[in-house]
Design a protein around this ligand. Structure first.
Ligand SMILES: C[S@@+](CC[C@H](N)C(=O)[O-])C[C@H]1O[C@@H](n2cnc3c(N)ncnc32)[C@H](O)[C@@H]1O
Length: 429
């Protein structure tokens, strides 16, 4: 057997490798086994490594910068993507206030927050709940929350996919949460399968009438605008897209997950409504999944551009009358249509009406005014497959060759290692 064949056999003998084949002089393509990339029934080793990468990132953030911050406003890690400078404190306080309002909408009694971090939300909400369980992959964050001794709070080290673990179940003390909260966490997820597993489990766990809130994630439908906003030209924007390590998805993917749940779920997609024009306000959104909520009658719809005179006054009057959707509202932060309006101005005109500022599921640069209950998830049109940027594929493309080179060095120390590439595909399976 030639040395080349011996090398390929040695590569294929690694337990994470399904197949390896020669691709030219010095190149070998490697295909990982499906189990190494799986989330269920057991977490694959490459998925585990991806999660560990993010837990190390946050462990470092909380250790290095968290120590000097006020306990109830530890903003370490909250930096602008273009300058790397901390985001303004007032902006972050408004971001927190809006999210706290969103959680309070459901008056939850038992909250399970996955990825609670330093407790920006937990510290403001726990006193209103009977029980608040916060989990995070960062030990530093969890230790600090425990040391704070907050009433009704249990904090524990667990990853989001461990939602059904004995530790989390014990912390809930037999209660089913009426709110499962994942705020600004999904960007660390490896991809669709992980999000699907976590959200499906959360939808199973939450009590009837309860809500799963997937908050503060970057909308995949706005990803190109985001890169172009950060960078002066198309080339730099493309580089930014290629280097993006965060998981970005479309809210319609959450609708697809919710439509498979064992109970009826409705979905409400919310625009961010902070006053400052930042990447958080422009490109992120919140999704509320209502489980077994009374299905609301489909509201009649009015198109923004057909409203005459003072549109905001007209919208307010419609919202006060209830059950009316106003749609097709250009988001002035993303669209230079002269009829555009900023989300915070829309929110201000709706105060006290019970209506919310939603995002159009099919046109994320358009706003809607609608009731907070949302639409049945099964009725959301999946007419175009929701796009998502899955970081796991990129991680595997980098990490698997490292692992295989180490393996080769051990079993064939004298062989010249080939150039390794992971088999192509959006998800390398
Ligand atoms: C940006 S912070 C958000 C914290 C908090 N939810 C908030 O809104 O202020 C993200 C947190 O998610 C945690 N995290 C990352 N990946 C996670 C995972 N797979 N499971 C649970 N927590 C995770 C990080 O350790 C970090 O504390």
């Amino acid at each position: 057997m030639s040395e080349r064949h011996l090398i390929i056999d040695a590569i294929a003998s690694h337990p994470w490798i399904e197949r390896a084949w020669s691709a030219g002089d010095d190149a070998v393509v490697i295909q990982p086994r499906a189990e190494t990339l799986a989330v269920r029934p057991a977490l694959g080793p490459l998925v585990r490594e991806h999660l560990e990468h993010w837990s190390e990132v946050y462990e470092w953030i909380y250790e290095t910068s968290g120590a000097g911050q006020p306990a109830d406003l530890d903003l370490s890690g909250w930096r602008a993507s273009d300058t790397g400078e901390p985001l303004a404190r007032e902006h972050m306080v408004e971001w927190i206030d809006r999210t706290v309002e969103l959680v309070r909408e459901g008056s939850p009694r038992v909250v399970l927050e996955l990825g609670c971090g330093s407790g920006l939300l937990l510290r403001r909400l726990h006193a209103e709940a009977e029980r608040y369980v916060g989990t995070d992959v960062s030990e530093v964050a969890v230790d600090r929350l425990r040391a704070a001794g907050l009433s009704g709070v249990s904090a524990l080290v667990a990853a989001a996919h461990e939602i059904g673990s004995p530790e989390v179940t014990e912390a809930l003390a037999g209660a089913r949460p009426d709110c499962v909260l994942l705020n600004s966490v999904t960007q660390c997820f490896p991809g669709n399968d992980y999000l699907d597993a976590v959200v499906s489990d959360a939808l199973e766990l939450v009590s009837d009438g309860g809500r799963v809130i997937v908050g503060d994630f970057r909308h995949a439908g706005l990803a190109d605008r985001y890169y172009r906003w950060l960078e002066p030209d198309d080339e730099a924007a493309t580089r930014r897209a290629v280097a993006d390590e965060e998981f970005v998805f479309d809210p319609r993917f959450l609708a697809l997950i919710a439509a498979r749940a064992t109970r009826p779920v409705s979905i409400s997609v919310r625009a961010k409504t902070m006053t400052a024009d930042t990447e958080l306000t422009r490109y992120r959104c919140d999704v509320v999944l209502h489980v077994s909520a009374e299905p609301a009658p489909p509201p009649s719809a009015v198109v923004w551009k057909t409203l005459a005179g003072d549109r905001l006054a007209a919208v307010r009057a419609l919202a006060e009358a209830g059950a009316v959707v106003v749609n097709g509202i250009p988001n002035a932060l993303l669209d230079d249509d002269p009829l555009g309006i900023e989300p915070h101005a829309l929110r201000a005109c709706l105060t006290g009406t019970g209506a919310i500022v939603g995002l159009d599921l099919d046109h994320p640069a358009r706003l809607e005014v609608c009731p907070p209950t949302g639409v049945p998830a099964g009725e959301v049109s999946p007419h175009s497959a929701p796009v998502a940027g899955e970081p796991l594929a990129r991680f595997v493309a980098r990490r698997l060759p490292e692992v295989i080179r180490d393996h080769l060095r051990k079993i064939m120390p004298d062989a010249k290692p080939p150039t390794l590439t992971v088999a192509n595909g959006r998800n390398p399976r």
